[in-house]
Design a protein around this ligand. Structure first.
Ligand SMILES: [Zn+2]
Ligand SMILES: [Zn+2]
Ligand SMILES: [Zn+2]
Ligand SMILES: [Zn+2]
Length: 499
């Protein structure tokens, strides 16, 4: 492993402009982690909301996922009508403009240097998209390659397979293949998904942020990150971090229950998490993994009594019934297939599924319920036909209730000012503001909460491109700074139906 001084030098050189510690000293250093290996450690007390660093990617490009076969490899836009394969390299593009961009010129030049084994139009463009981020490693300069080599990598297949598969189509020099496989294995271990703009369904992208990669995982992270339009990553403390503590990020869903998180981490990142949340059968009282007791008349909750041992039986908190882990897994699989039948865009269907079906089988605290609730939160008020002014009264209050419930769960986890909290506060604010718009008599009563929720949401969401587009406008008119303005003047932005 690289000596720590050399690593620190690489970090400083890489961050350059993004390395702008507050006067005095940097808030953190690279050092030995208590988890083993390296990590980033706070060297003084850090306040919530403090920017810790701004990282930029060594590599970025398409991320394997459901929409990768449809997105432009330059701008990531999905446009099924206009997309075409570049006649020279077979990469997917959306327009002449993207075809003539420098980004494509670079990609194209790398690929067309390789003699092809089949006619270029027969090359699998989805495979090329999946391998493209690793292909771009061929453009890295010496220093960047050095940083790449110091990062953790998962070398066992399937990691690297998308690069190996390129040899079906091209004669690739061994040295180049080796570097691309290394890049792929490092990407799989460390890459972050780059957020799209709010509400945009673009192809997913991923980036290799080398400094952020040095942060270890915790299921309740003490940082959040946001991306700006140049794909820079801003890393921010979500709560107070005492000197000596590690800066942590989270590689899984924050609202997933412990077994789901640990299986995902073991499969994709090859480690078994043993953080405080994973060790707590109750997950801070959120009971995200809980199932109903298999004794029909009991009514108690079934929980993983020893959550760090995946094979240990689950136990009912009420009647002490023990259920073998494989029986629990069968039930979870069945629930999974039940959920896969639901159309995630259909509000009526989701509501029905939530109220009439799924809660018959599982407790309301279960992550599946929460997941569907969040789906509903994102759709109500924002989807065509269900815009704010079109929402029925029951749906408006459902939205408010769901926001409050999810916020309570986050608070119980100790998630601090996580990105998700910002988003939920924004939606809660919007629901409250719509109520006050409809019922002027409620204005005075709702005013303090409308102001505080938008202010808090703004502070959490303001840094990245993925915040709601009307975030600033809402804060300006409905936030505490406009508290003295008359009601009509503040609410006219909501009467504009185009919002
Ligand atoms: Zn494009
Ligand atoms: Zn091309
Ligand atoms: Zn954990
Ligand atoms: Zn029971």
């Amino acid at each position: 492993m690289l000596p720590m001084e050399q690593l620190s030098a690489l970090i400083q050189e890489h961050l350059g402009q993004g390395w702008d510690p507050a006067p005095g000293a940097a808030a953190w250093v690279a050092g030995e982690s208590a988890l083993g290996g390296r990590g980033l450690l706070a060297v003084r007390d850090i306040a919530p909301g403090q920017v810790l660093f701004v990282d930029h990617p060594l590599l970025c490009g398409p991320r394997s996922g459901t929409n990768i076969h449809r997105g432009c490899t330059v701008c990531s836009k999905i446009n099924d009508q206009s997309s075409f394969k570049c006649p020279k390299c077979s990469l997917l593009l959306c327009s002449e403009q993207c075809q003539s961009s420098t980004a494509h010129h670079n990609d194209c030049a790398l690929i067309t240097r390789w003699p092809n084994k089949v006619p270029i139009e027969e090359v699998d463009d989805t495979l090329l998209s999946r391998a493209l981020t690793s292909i771009r490693a061929l453009l890295l300069d010496e220093k960047s390659r050095q940083f790449l080599c110091t990062l953790q990598a998962h070398f066992q297949p399937p990691h690297g397979n998308e690069v190996r598969d390129l040899s079906k189509y091209f004669d690739i020099p061994k040295e180049e293949e080796k570097l691309m496989i290394l890049a792929s294995c490092v990407l799989d271990a460390n890459a972050y998904q780059i957020s799209n703009q709010y509400g945009e369904g673009d192809m997913h992208k991923r980036g290799l942020y080398p400094v952020a990669s040095l942060m270890n995982h915790d299921c309740v992270p003490n940082t959040r990150h946001a991306f700006n339009s140049d794909f820079h990553m801003i890393v921010i403390a979500v709560k107070a971090i005492p000197a000596g503590a590690e800066l942590c990020t989270c590689y899984t869903g924050l609202l997933w229950g412990t077994p789901a998180r640990r299986v995902h981490l073991a499969k994709t990142k090859h480690f078994l998490c043993a953080c405080a949340r994973c060790a707590d059968p109750f997950e801070g009282g959120t009971l995200l993994a809980a199932l109903k007791c298999f004794q029909a008349e009991c009514g108690g909750l079934l929980l993983p009594a020893r959550p760090l041992q995946a094979a240990a039986p689950w136990r009912c908190m009420e009647c002490d019934l023990q259920v073998p882990a494989n029986h629990v897994a069968d039930v979870q699989r069945a629930l999974g297939s039940l959920v896969s039948t639901v159309d995630l865009e259909d509000v009526d269907g989701l509501e029905k599924f939530l109220l009439e079906r799924i809660t018959k089988f599982i407790p309301k605290t279960n992550q599946i319920v929460l997941d569907i609730e969040c789906r509903l939160i994102w759709l109500l008020g924002e989807k065509d036909g269900l815009r704010w002014h079109e929402l029925s009264e029951p749906r408006l209050s459902l939205k408010e209730t769901l926001c409050r419930g999810a916020l309570r769960t986050l608070a119980a986890l100790g998630a601090g000012d996580a990105y998700l909290r910002g988003l939920l506060l924004y939606h809660l604010h919007a629901a409250l503001a719509e109520r006050a718009r409809r019922a002027p008599l409620l204005y005075e009563e709702l005013k303090p909460e409308i102001e505080s929720t938008i202010e808090q949401a703004y502070n959490i969401l303001k840094d990245g491109i993925s915040g709601p587009p009307d975030l600033e406008l809402r804060r300006r008119y409905l936030g505490p700074a406009a508290a003295d303005k008359p009601r009509e003047e503040r609410f006219f932005i909501l009467d504009n139906k185009s919002l």
